[in-house]
Structure formats: structure tokens, C-alpha cells
Write a protein that binds this ligand. Structure first.
Ligand code: NDP
Length: 246
């Protein structure tokens, strides 16, 4: 029996990068998976085609994480499609970088809407339906606690909020048999942070293992937390950063 057989997961921002890696892993482990995307319909459709060809049960929904109603609808459609919801992965996020003095009101609002309010609303909606054994998994960032370069204050703010949210909510969910955790990756090779981009060489030099992480490595930690073995981990910030912040 596959480790997540019978489970249903919702992954926000699954069309590319870490989210797509998480979708692939959860499907491979036997879960039925719904994922959201905002702009990359072609990438989302291609991922669905690839996974359904391999017998996976997977569905893509266009839902901007900055839109409260769209987020709520995505949770509801997950239940309608697959009958339940066991695992919520709050992965979708944006990284608007630059000096704080240059940030617009929209930069501040959009960062908080997508990176913080989206996960909070998705979690709230998911908790209306989640049963014992449920899992909330946030994809935060090592930047919540360690930011060794300028220009990332708004992004770090949003990821710090996810960390505090995780600690606080763990105390409400423990008695219900539901865990919530915050995975904090260091540099992972994606469109958001390409290993061959302008900051790639400098960042690589700061990482103890001297390379960027792979999306499948973050997905592996998600699979661990989602599975039975993860039941005693809750309220935790889990670093997966190759020793970037060691
Ligand atoms: P990418 O930018 O490569 O991918 C982002 C994904 O989120 C895409 O699928 C995108 O879909 C989706 N997305 C973006 N905005 C929205 C939105 N408003 N609503 C719904 N979906 C949206 O990012 P990564 O894969 O690198 O990052 C994934 C997570 O990991 C984020 O939370 C990020 O902060 C975190 N992280 C990444 C690190 C890295 O080094 N890469 C390091 C630490 C944390 P679409 O294209 O369809 O809009």
C-alpha cells in the first residue's frame, strides 16, 4: 500500500517549482491531489497530463492566493472533487525584492495578501473539514530568521508571519489530532531563485553543501510530514537549507 493511499491533498502554487515537485511526490505516494496556479495555465495542464497518464488522480484549479474568495473556493472544490481533505500545503508565494524605501503600498499589500492572508484563509477553510490525522504544511523560508543580503525585508516579514502562525495554531490543533508545520527552505533552484541567475554563484558560496537544493528534496520533507511517521512533529520550523544558515 502506498503511504498516502486514500488521502486527499491541496497544494497552492503547484504549476511550477517547489509546488510542482510536491504535487509529483504526493501523487507518487498515492494521494489524490488538487493544486492551484495563478498565471501558468500551460504548465499546470502539462503537469496534470503527465500525472494522469501515470494513473494519478490530480486536478488543477486557477486560484489567485491573493483573492480570499478564490482561495475558499479552491478548498471547497477539493472536497467536491475527491470527497475529503487531509493535507493542505501552503506553497504559493511571491518575492518582491528591493530596498524598503522603494517599495510601493501595492508591494506591501500584495506580499501580505499572497504570502500570508492566502495561507491563513486556506488553513481556516480547510480546518472546517479536516479530520484526525490532518496535516497543514506551510512552505516558509529560512529568510524568516536569516537574511544575509539586502532587499528582502517584505519577503522576510511574510515568512516570519507564517512561522508565528504555525506556532500559535499548533496549540489549537493538537487536541484535534491535526499537525501544522513550517518548512523553511534555503536556496532551491526554481524560477524564483535560479541557481544560474545573477545571485546564484554568491548564494552557492554561502551554502555549506555548496549547491542549491532540488525541489524533490523539499517535496521529500513534505511527504514525511504528511505521512504517518510525521504525527509527532507539530508547531515546528523545519530547516532544509544545505547548511545555508548553519
Ligand atoms: P516559483 O516562483 O518558482 O513558483 C511559484 C509557484 O506559485 C508557481 O506555481 C506559481 O504559479 C504559484 N503562484 C505564484 N503566485 C501565486 C498566486 N498569487 N496565487 C496562486 N499561485 C501563485 O517559486 P518557488 O517554487 O521557488 O517557491 C515555492 C515556495 O517556496 C514559496 O513559498 C517560496 O517563498 C518558498 N521558498 C523558495 C525558495 C527558493 O530558493 N526557491 C527558498 C525558500 C522558500 P503561476 O506561475 O501559475 O502563477
Amino acid at each position: 500500500k502506498l503511504p498516502l493511499a486514500g488521502k486527499v491533498a491541496l497544494v497552492t502554487g503547484g504549476s511550477r517549482g517547489i509546488g510542482a515537485g510536491i504535487v509529483q511526490r504526493l501523487v507518487r505516494d498515492g494521494a489524490a491531489v488538487v493544486f492551484t496556479y495563478a498565471g501558468s495555465k500551460d504548465r499546470a495542464d502539462a503537469l496534470v497530463a503527465e500525472l494522469t497518464a501515470g494513473d494519478g488522480r490530480v486536478l488543477a484549479i486557477e486560484a489567485d492566493s491573493g483573492d480570499v474568495d478564490a482561495v475558499k473556493r479552491a478548498v471547497q472544490r477539493t472536497r467536491e472533487a475527491f470527497g475529503r481533505l487531509d493535507i493542505l500545503v501552503n506553497n504559493a508565494a511571491i518575492a518582491r525584492t528591493g530596498q524598503l524605501v522603494d517599495a510601493s503600498a501595492d508591494d506591501i499589500e500584495r506580499t501580505l495578501a499572497v504570502n500570508v492572508r492566502g495561507p491563513v484563509v486556506a488553513t481556516q477553510e480547510a480546518l472546517r473539514h479536516m479530520e484526525r490525522g490532518g496535516r497543514i504544511i506551510n512552505i516558509g523560508s529560512i529568510n524568516s530568521e536569516y537574511v544575509p543580503f539586502p532587499g528582502a525585508s517584505l519577503y522576510a516579514l511574510s515568512k516570519g508571519a507564517l512561522s508565528g502562525f504555525t506556532h500559535g495554531l499548533a496549540r489549537e490543533l493538537g487536541a484535534r489530532g491535526i499537525t501544522i508545520n513550517n518548512i523553511q527552505p534555503g536556496p532551491v533552484d526554481t524560477d524564483m531563485n535560479p541557481a544560474d541567475g545573477p545571485n546564484g554563484a554568491w548564494l552557492t558560496g554561502q551554502i555549506a553543501v555548496q549547491r542549491f537544493g532540488h525541489t524533490r528534496e523539499v517535496a521529500g520533507l513534505v511527504a514525511y510530514l504528511a505521512g504517518d511517521d510525521g504525527a509527532y512533529v507539530t508547531g515546528a520550523d523545519l530547516r532544509i537549507d544545505g547548511g545555508f544558515a548553519a
